[in-house]
Design a protein around this ligand. Structure first.
Ligand SMILES: [Zn+2]
Length: 165
């Protein structure tokens, strides 16, 4: 649990005590209205994480910048899951989580052979600006569904939904 000095001021602002290294790899965020809350634990500092802007039409229209760390953990909590759209398209194998009240896209969750796995849209995190890498722009159009699920099992991060949806 990270306490920020204020809504508008994240880690590293002048005058704030430095955040410990371990805590700098934990990130909080969520949708705009607060219904969806995201807590992400990464194993590297934010600037060391590759960022992906997938080239599918959904991600391009949302200008997503996603992160995943297979050794990390994503916890996604909704005050009211009935206000969460689990949008599926294409291979229909991942739930793209959008808040129905405020419209924010927080990331995608997929059931894989390794268990539930997620990618998180760094733009929904309070310290989004700490994720400074230029985005990789992968094109997954040619993948089969099996290849897609295997890639997500290996590369996406373990995810938990609270309360279990
Ligand atoms: Zn919302």
């Amino acid at each position: 649990m990270i306490a920020f000095a204020s809504e508008t001021c994240g880690a590293g602002c002048p005058g704030e005590p430095p955040i410990e290294e371990t805590k700098a790899m934990e990130h909080d965020g969520g949708c705009h209205c607060g219904n969806l809350q995201v807590h992400v634990r990464l194993t590297r500092p934010p600037a060391d994480n590759p960022i992906r802007s997938c080239t599918c039409s959904f991600c391009r229209s949302h200008a997503t910048r996603t992160v995943s760390d297979p050794a990390g953990q994503a916890d996604i909590r909704a005050a009211d899951w009935s206000l969460v759209e689990k949008y599926r398209f294409g291979s229909r194998t991942a739930d793209h989580l959008l808040c129905r009240r405020c419209g924010v896209y927080i990331g995608a969750v997929c059931e894989t052979s390794a268990g539930p796995r997620a990618v998180i849209n760094t733009l929904c995190l309070r310290d989004r600006a700490a994720f400074t890498q230029d985005a990789i722009r992968p094109d997954y159009d040619a993948e089969t569904t099996d290849e897609r699920l295997s890639r997500r099992a290996a590369n996406w991060m373990p995810a938990r939904l609270h309360p279990a949806a």
